[in-house]
Design a protein around this ligand. Structure first.
Ligand code: ADP
Ligand code: MG
Length: 729
């Protein structure tokens, strides 16, 4: 791009005002779920017995009875046609971090030369999309292209535009999962089973434990004209070059600051659309970095919350364009300022209340609270390497371990109150805990109002923090499908709870009184999980050393972290909990390594092009201009005087030559490194080669490009600069 074009797009962006959004006449409570086939609509459009059966499926996990499929499809069709819908699609989450859909019309021949709108139960519950182009990690060779998508009746169908969207799972012909939803649902089932058994130790009436998820989605907005002028943003979602803006986030004036009018209209728009689609959005604010924002709904059951997050991300991208923005979900679009994460607020709840709730009024409540906290942490500790693998990606790797995000080590923060509570349970002698009889049994706790716990010094540097009634898994990337992290977390906790129950059962069989048995097992585990607990500064260098001494997983290279999916410990856990098989894990890792490689490969290619086609020519031209000037100065002054006058310019000419030489030479090296890596057949080794040999060159070369940006005439620089990209007026 020529520099004058840069000025044109900057000017365009600068002048752009808000795209006003009309607020609906109704209140949010009235248009909430307008485009969702929710229970209210089921009640209206389904026969009453079918309605009750559907409620049973949704609320109690009853199996979906195929016999009602036609009646359900009929009800959905009637509603959809009334809403002006013409098409339907199965909507699923292949292993690409996005969603997939293929639209079909409702129309069928009516046998009399005309058409009729048809939608039968079988179309609702199952389809066979040609799946050959979705990642399968070798589970389904391309000639056996069949994959099945099957309706997930616990996530309601909804309408976007003229299309009925049907949330589905996606599996191979041979039954293996090719998506995130299948293992997520299996992990939710595993945790329900394990946690219910443990919760029943305290309250025999508990029938079901559900997992809640409240995600906080961070994102950046960039004006579309500026975006279009940055090929790196367009192709990779992040800027591969760009010198720091003199002002960025150092004044702390963006976080919670007033929201620019253009952005506010955008937020209003996505919120209305989200609410209409049944996504209970609630919170919006500016984030730390300029142009960075956050959106958070009220938490929901995890499977639904994941679907809603996937849907939300696509709404955000789509609506951004209407407002002449591009929404960047990449974890690190800009170097030197904060990246974006997606805090996953996670908790377990029974039909009677939240299990991770701050200590309650009765001793049983307190022991239950301690048990669930400790067993959650035990799961996290046992599989800390896996949990890190579950959140890492080529893109999130830029954020983790950088200054604004936790390091690439999974530890847990409990705050003062809970830490002291665990110490108390661990150390009080048995007499003080009065374990003799159930009646007298007691964990002495001062009564702790929830507020007090909630306000525990919030440690923003911790990847897994307790915040009053939930854990916040903060290491999840902004672009990721939350299910990837959640299915590992759920399974790890399910395993810890299952083993806990077994231990307590063994102790009671030996004649130990149940409460004493629970206490004994909990106290062992409090000791066991100590290395995971870290209440200090996770950003500090000292922590890395200490964590290594504690035996926590300190691997920093993304492709090597993926190995954690294939350790004996992990495979056993996933198989025992019936979430993923060894074959599925192998296949998923192939995809992870392949995806890693491709992302770095694309970055490296576009970066090389930008260096050689955009930067070097402009820089050379500028350098020639300076050389010309030096020559001209020589013509009119004596040699000595001319040298003196041109001292600075000669210096710049030299600097430019050095940077240019480095760039050209190393782009060449980078291309060679790619070629060498591409010859490797094994996906793991290839990804490691890309990580070790290609990725570092991107950073090394970038340093020189960014230096040149500060030297070369602003009027010649071809790419919008950080100071132009980052400040929406
Ligand atoms: P903060 O930025 O202070 O962490 P936010 O209000 O931005 O808090 O987001 C908190 C998120 O946590 C919301 O989605 C909220 O619904 C969710 N949340 C609150 N309580 C729970 C809980 N018990 N389980 C799961 N999520 C919860
Ligand atoms: Mg949070």
């Amino acid at each position: 791009m020529a520099a004058d074009l840069r000025f044109k797009v900057v000017d365009e962006a600068f002048k752009r005002g808000p795209v006003e959004v009309k607020t609906p006449k109704e209140r949010p409570s009235e248009y909430f779920g307008k485009y969702v086939f929710d229970k209210q609509k089921m009640f209206k459009y389904l026969p009453i017995d079918v309605y009750h059966k559907m409620c049973d499926v949704i609320d109690h996990g009853a199996p979906f009875d195929r016999a009602i499929a036609d009646a359900v499809a009929q009800g959905i069709k009637t509603w959809a046609l009334e809403m002006g819908v013409t098409h339907y699609t199965h909507w699923f989450q292949p292993l690409t971090d996005g969603t997939a859909e293929k639209h079909d019309g409702f129309v069928e021949h009516n046998g009399k030369g005309g058409m009729v709108e048809e939608f039968e139960g079988k179309l609702l519950i199952q389809q066979e999309p040609d799946a050959s182009s979705f990642p399968s990690g070798g589970l389904r060779s391309t000639f056996e292209a069949r994959g099945y998508s099957a309706w997930d009746p616990t996530s309601p169908v909804f309408i976007i535009g003229d299309t009925l969207m049907i949330p589905t799972i996606f599996i191979a012909y041979t039954g293996e999962a090719l998506d995130y939803k299948v293992p997520l649902k299996k992990s939710l089932y595993a945790i329900d089973k394990a946690a219910t058994a443990v919760a029943q130790l305290f309250n025999p009436d508990v029938k079901k434990v559900i997992t809640n998820l409240g995600w906080e989605q961070e994102y950046f907005l960039v004006d579309e004209a500026l975006y279009a002028a940055r090929p790196d943003l367009v192709l990779t979602g992040r800027t591969l070059m760009g010198h720091d803006s003199a002002k960025n986030q150092q004044m702390d004036d963006h976080y919670f600051g007033s929201i620019p009018a253009r952005v506010e209209e955008f937020m209003k728009d996505i919120e209305i659309q989200a609410l209409e689609l049944g996504i209970p959005v609630k919170t919006r604010h500016n984030e730390v970095a300029p142009n960075q924002f956050e959106l958070a709904p009220i938490y929901e059951e995890a499977n639904l919350a994941v679907d809603h997050n996937m849907l939300m991300m696509s709404i955000m991208k789509r609506v951004a364009r209407k407002h002449h923005f591009r929404c960047l979900l990449h974890e690190k679009p800009f170097k030197g300022i904060n990246g974006s994460g997606k805090h996953n607020n996670w908790s377990l709840a029974t039909d009677t209340g939240i299990l991770l709730h701050a200590p309650g009024k009765t001793p049983e409540d307190n022991l239950r609270f301690v048990t669930f906290i400790v067993e959650t942490l035990k799961g996290v500790y046992n599989h800390n390497g896996l949990l890190k693998a579950s959140i890492i990606s080529a893109t999130n790797a830029h954020r983790l371990g950088a200054n604004e995000a936790p390091p690439a080590i999974i530890s847990a923060f409990l705050g003062k109150t809970v830490t002291e509570l665990l110490e108390h349970v661990e150390n009080a002698d048995d007499n003080a805990l009065n374990m003799a009889g159930k009646q007298a049994y007691k964990i002495d706790l001062p009564s702790l109002p929830e507020l007090l716990i909630d306000n525990t010094d919030r440690n923003r540097t911790s990847p897994f923090a307790f915040t009053g009634n939930r854990f916040e898994f903060r290491a999840v990337g902004s672009e990721a499908n939350c299910a990837c992290a959640l299915l590992s977390l759920n399974t790890a906790v399910a395993q810890a709870l299952t083993q806990f129950k077994q231990r307590v059962d063994t102790l009671t069989q030996q004649g130990i009184e149940p409460t004493a048995a629970i206490l004994k097992a909990v106290r062992e585990d409090i000791k066991y999980i100590k290395p995971l607990i870290f209440n200090g500064n996770g950003y500090g260098e000292a922590w890395k050393q200490e964590a290594a001494q504690r035996g926590l997983d300190c691997e920093t290279s993304a492709p090597r972290m993926f190995d954690r999916y294939l350790t004996d410990n992990t495979i056993r856990m996933f198989e025992e909990m019936n979430v993923l098989t060894h074959a599925e894990l192998l296949a998923r890792n192939e995809i992870k390594w392949e995806t890693y490689t491709k992302k770095i490969q694309i970055e490296s290619r576009i970066f090389g092009d930008l260096c050689l086609n955009h930067i070097i020519p402009v820089v050379t031209k500028y350098q020639s201009m300076l050389i010309d000037n030096v020559h001209k100065v020589m013509e009119i002054f004596t040699q000595e005087k001319a040298r003196n006058i041109s001292k600075e310019n000669i210096n710049i000419i030299e600097q430019i030559s050095e940077h240019e030489a480095f760039i050209i030479e190393n782009v060449e090296r980078m291309i060679e490194a790619r070629k060498t890596s591409n010859r490797i057949d094994n996906e793991r080794d290839k990804a490691i080669a890309y990580h070790d040999t290609v990725a570092p060159l991107l950073e090394e070369i970038r340093y020189h490009v960014d230096k040149l940006e500060t030297i070369v005439d602003d009027e010649a620089w071809p790419l919008p600069k950080y100071r132009e990209l980052l400040f929406i007026r």
